[in-house]
Design a protein around this ligand. Structure first.
Ligand code: SF4
Length: 382
């Protein structure tokens, strides 16, 4: 696909690109296609991102004609790619209805290089940000156009909600980036525009296709689904127990602090969220990641750490501390002193905490800044 590819979806029925393995297999079985051939069709549709099955001789010609309407294999238009000074690249896509969404390509080093750097830091041999060579990418993709949850610090929330993305629209973001990436894409985060668990079925189908061996074969361990705290979705995940990682976007460890920042508190309160996370952690036997958005003078201090530890007592959680990115300047990132105090207190409660680098700030690609804007960085060619 190039930057000028604006072909709209042509499907009159449900595009095959919307179907995960059980759905596609079932659809083909109705037409007498066995599992072996169905798997090859799945690979053509999802791994090869084929535009047509016309030349797929393993299917009878009559069936190829029958499938044609469902084979409208749509693309997204890449409006723009923008590279930040730190190597993050933001993609702006236009959908067939004119709506715009964003995805972010995040460069990652080789884990061995990252471990070596950590050791050097531990021994005082390295300080500050050290750029390591890029070995692979992970992608942050959008799951909705806009978002209904209206978090106070988030640019997407200020757009309001327009609609859910279809499965193929989420897959198309990944394929567009994979196709032109100079390194392999090894992970996907559902952490871009929108609340993934309010688009549960399509998000889960997308994740299943991404991780399927005949799809994009991305390890399920490297697929994270974030939520601001949509309890029915978390309970459903606990019941269905997919292998993907759950990430809770948390900003406040108390109701009083959360209410003005995250309106979701009125519908699904913090105490119920903590209970749902507890049940999920027990069912999945996994550690839940809390993506904690740090705001100076508010939620990164000793008391907040104590409140957090109390809220998630006896639950296996880890905290990823992410600096707030608020283009309005109302909320500022925590100072190093605040972070140290917060980290020390969490460590005293045996809660692991990692300060995550929030990259791509100069192109509005960092967490909380996705709003289909076009500014900063270097615009890359098509
Ligand atoms: S932080 Fe997430 S849930 Fe909150 S408004 Fe932004 S996109 Fe929606």
């Amino acid at each position: 696909m190039t930057g000028t590819d604006t072909s709209p979806p042509r499907a009159s029925g449900r595009p095959l690109r919307d179907l995960d393995w059980p759905a596609l297999r079932g659809e083909l079985a109705k037409n007498g296609v066995g599992e072996r051939v169905a798997r090859r069709v799945f690979a053509r549709v999802h791994r090869d991102w084929a535009r047509s099955l016309d030349d797929f001789q393993a299917l009878p010609a009559k069936l190829r004609r029958t499938l044609s309407p469902a084979c409208g294999l749509p693309e997204l238009a890449i409006v723009e790619r923008r590279r930040a000074a730190d190597g993050f690249v933001k993609y702006l896509f236009r959908l067939h209805d004119g709506a715009e969404i964003e995805a972010v390509r995040i460069p990652l080093p080789d884990p061995a290089d990252a471990r070596a750097l950590k050791e050097r830091r531990r021994h005082g041999e390295a300080r500050g940000l050290v750029a390591l060579p890029t070995a692979k990418y992970t992608l942050c993709i959008s799951s909705q156009v806009g978002c209904a949850l209206g978090c106070a610090f988030c640019a997407t929330g200020r757009l309001g909600f327009a609609r859910n993305l279809a499965t193929w629209e989420m897959l198309a973001q990944v394929h567009a980036v994979v196709r032109e990436a100079d390194r392999p894409v090894r992970g996907v985060l559902f952490l871009g525009m929108g609340e993934p668990l309010l688009n549960y079925d399509n998000v889960m189908a997308t994740a299943r296709i991404l991780s399927h061996p005949a799809g994009l074969a991305i390890s399920a361990d490297n697929i994270s689904i974030s939520t601001a705290g949509v309890l029915p979705g978390i309970r459903r995940l606990a019941a269905e127990r997919p292998r993907f990682r759950l990430m809770i976007s948390l900003v406040a460890p108390t109701r009083q602090m959360r209410l003005p920042l995250m309106p979701i508190e009125r519908r699904w309160p913090l105490r119920d969220l903590a209970a749902a996370v507890r049940a999920y952690a027990a069912a999945s036997r996994s550690r839940v990641t809390l993506a904690y958005v740090g705001i100076s003078g508010l939620n990164v201090n000793r008391q907040a750490a104590r409140d957090l530890a109390r809220l998630f007592a006896e639950v296996r959680v880890k905290v990823n501390l992410i600096d707030v990115n608020d283009a309005t300047g109302r909320y500022m990132p925590p100072t190093d002193a605040e972070v140290s105090e917060f980290r020390d207190e969490l460590s005293a409660h045996h809660i692991p905490v990692v300060r995550r680098y929030a990259g791509g700030r100069d192109i509005c690609a960092a967490c909380g800044t996705l709003a289909a804007t076009r500014q900063g960085g270097v615009v890359l060619g098509g």
